[in-house]
Write a protein that binds this ligand. Structure first.
Ligand code: SAH
Ligand code: SF4
Ligand code: F3S
Length: 472
């Protein structure tokens, strides 16, 4: 079979990263390999995200840029998958003449047959049918690992929570959990291929297995914890309303479970939370944080906040700032509210003007920056165990390693903080340290990373230059 080249542009959340990997896996039997460049590709897929207006625009501007390529190479197949595909369906075929296939979030298994049909008949297809079944993976297709040591594993799809701002339940469908045997089997395969850390994915992992009467999420974590050769487990996302005592206890009981939880709060105002349909109050959220910190004092806590939800007053926003001050998050993802098709909040009155949203976002970011840096500075002087996962991308930027000849490595702590270090003598060579667990003494703290020196590799340099840093 001739090798054909496949190029995938993934926009959006970690679930899309996982889905793109599944696409690669499914297209392998058809002879497709990852393309070295976009120009060399025979098949281009854009895996889209509909969560905010900006994400949606990204997909269409990428498609616009493909016009020249398609003109040069008319046999090129262009596909749109993911959440925007599910939302817009056939309209994409009308709007973008170069697109050959639109396939929704439930059409992953049907991707190969559509591609075959298009290559033979040059027809245009839209498949946005939703099924009630979970997409499972045939065990005979090897996982695509490409030397990575950390991987995402989707354990459930869809969402039943219907937060009023959110498009996910409409584009991903109802919540469905994968069978535990299937999840465990997949992780075992990944571990065999060299993976050491997995992040279990679901829109609300706390409700894993409940509807289907499978095991509970804490029980699933226990099973994953028993997998030999696996070093670390992470998961995302938890909905605060369903964060159970059993799950909180897992942080103390399971040695492979990392000391980090992403627990999106969205707002600190109870009236906003009510209109968002989040089903918890700021007080309940703070209680859960207390419980987490009692069980696991060093746990890192991160969150998502939406600013400028319809009807958000100055007092509502102040309540969010107060909650952020009270919790002292390790880091925060902040979003300006944007209307989404189908989501009920799009029809709410009292929209917050854009400049107000921007102003509030700025204020919130500034406040959070203070806590992020404070938390990172507190680590200076401590020794952290990191799993080295690659080369530092930010060479010579934030962490002031500029001018350092050597191999620049990066890894993460159990609390999910990025730690960079340099092997100035090139002793560690090509990819020799990837996958190694190394104790690193933290020397400097920045807002998005830490800089350290391995304690057991004393051949590495002591000297650290830096522009502005937060070293103690
Ligand atoms: N299932 C996860 C969130 C998935 S979406 C949860 O319940 O927490 C990721 C984040 O995008 C959300 O936490 C929210 O902060 C943000 N988001 C979702 N819809 C949005 C919208 N319409 N405008 C702005 N931000 C939004
Ligand atoms: Fe969206 Fe809410 Fe579901 Fe998260 S829990 S995906 S925010 S509807
Ligand atoms: Fe985006 Fe769909 Fe994920 S809307 S955030 S890609 S579930």
């Amino acid at each position: 079979m001739n090798t054909k080249y496949l190029y995938i542009n993934t926009i959006g959340c970690q679930m899309n990263v996982y889905d793109s990997e599944q696409m690669v896996r499914r297209l392998k039997p058809l002879g497709y390999e990852i393309s070295p460049t976009i120009e060399a590709a025979d098949l281009i897929i854009v895996n889209t995200c509909a969560i905010r207006e900006k994400a949606e625009q990204k997909a269409f501007s990428f498609l616009g840029r493909l016009t020249a390529l398609k003109r040069k190479k008319p046999e090129l197949i262009i596909c749109v998958g993911g959440c925007v595909a599910q939302q817009e369906g056939r309209l994409i075929l009308e709007r973008v003449p170069n697109v050959d296939l639109v396939f929704g979030t439930h059409a992953l298994n049907r991707l190969p047959e559509h591609i075959l049909k298009i290559s033979l008949k040059r027809c245009r297809i839209s498949d946005v049918e939703m099924t009630q079944e979970i997409v499972e993976f045939s065990p005979d297709v090897n996982p695509v690992v490409n030397g990575n040591i950390t991987r995402f594993v989707t354990i459930m799809r869809g969402c039943d929570n219907y937060c009023t701002y959110c498009v996910v339940p409409y584009v991903r469908g109802p919540e469905i959990s994968r069978r535990p045997e299937s999840v465990i089997g997949e992780i075992r395969e990944l571990v065999k291929s060299g993976v050491q850390e997995v992040t279990l994915l679901g829109q609300n992992v706390n409700s894993y297995g409940i509807k289907e009467r499978l095991c509970s999420f804490p029980e699933l974590l226990k099973l994953v914890n028993e997998i030999e050769g696996l070093f670390r487990i992470r998961f995302t996302t938890s909905h605060p309303k369903d964060l159970s005592e059993d799950l909180i206890s897992s942080f103390a009981g399971l040695e492979k479970l990392c000391s980090h939880i992403h627990l999106p709060v969205q707002s600190g105002s109870n009236s906003v939370l009510k209109r968002m349909n989040r089903k918890y109050t700021g007080e309940l959220y703070l209680e859960k944080i207390d419980r987490l910190r009692k069980i696991s004092p060093d746990i890192a806590i991160t969150s998502d906040v939406i600013v400028g939800f319809p009807g958000e007053t100055e007092d509502d926003f102040k309540a969010t700032l107060d909650l952020v001050k009270e919790v002292e998050f390790d880091s925060l993802f902040t979003f300006g509210y944007s209307d989404r098709k189908n989501a009920p909040a799009a029809r709410f009155s009292d929209k917050v003007p854009d400049d107000k949203k921007k102003e509030r976002l700025r204020e919130l970011l500034e406040l959070q920056e203070y806590y992020t840096v404070k938390k990172n500075r507190a680590l200076v002087g401590s020794t952290e165990l990191i799993l080295v996962d690659g080369f530092s991308k930010k060479q010579g930027t934030e962490d002031g390693q500029k001018g350092f000849a050597g191999v620049h490595w990066t890894g993460r702590t159990s609390t999910n903080k990025i730690v960079n270090f340099v092997d100035e003598n090139f002793l560690s060579g090509d990819s020799a340290l990837i996958g190694k667990k190394i104790d690193v003494k933290i020397q400097k703290a920045f807002s998005h990373s830490l800089l350290g020196k391995p304690v057991d590799l004393n051949r590495l340099p002591d000297r650290v230059t830096g522009e502005e840093s937060y070293a103690a």
